[in-house]
Design a protein around this ligand. Structure first.
Ligand code: FES
Length: 158
């Protein structure tokens, strides 16, 4: 179900916890699975559950709670922009409008070329850097003016 490389990474995560506490690695295991597959299909989560000796429902609970997990196929680049109040007061809504106009999509939509999916995010703990957004959960971009958004989208389009 997962590649040998991904299993090795999960096994490495498991070394961080007591052998009877495998479920402690569930978030890491899901992230590793998602890195390989791009999203978490039910069968992928079921595999993680079996591998960690957890009830599948316990894995679904984790995967559906955190918005970094993709529960459906997305575009190549998932852009998650924070729209919580501190960011909204510092230009997040204008940044959202600019991105939506540039890409021609709304929240939870994917561009026609399959390159971008736009998501609305919660506070990322970087309120002083607003507007802030995340690319594929791992790259945080701060102070996103219209010009910086244009540069980022151009870079990600390549
Ligand atoms: S409110 Fe946007 S990062 Fe905190």
């Amino acid at each position: 179900m997962l590649s040998v490389e991904s299993i090795k990474k999960i096994d490495h995560e498991l070394t961080k916890y007591p052998s009877d506490q495998k479920q402690s690695a569930v978030m890491s295991a899901l992230a590793i699975a998602q890195d390989e597959k791009g999203w978490l299909a039910t069968e992928t989560m079921d595999f993680v559950a079996r591998y960690l000796g957890m009830p599948p429902i316990a894995v679904y609970e984790v995967a559906t709670f955190y918005n970094m997990y993709n529960l459906q196929p997305l575009g190549k680049c998932k852009i998650t922009i924070c729209t919580n109040l501190p960011c909204a007061l510092s230009g997040a809504n204008e940044a959202v409008a600019h991105i939506q106009k540039k890409l021609g999509i709304g929240f939870n939509e994917t561009s026609a070329d399959g390159k971008f999916t736009l998501k609305e995010g919660e506070c990322m703990g970087a309120c002083g850097d607003a507007p802030v957004l995340l690319v594929n959960n791992k790259r945080m971009c701060s102070f996103m003016s219209d010009d910086m958004i244009d540069q980022l989208l151009e870079e990600l389009s390549k």
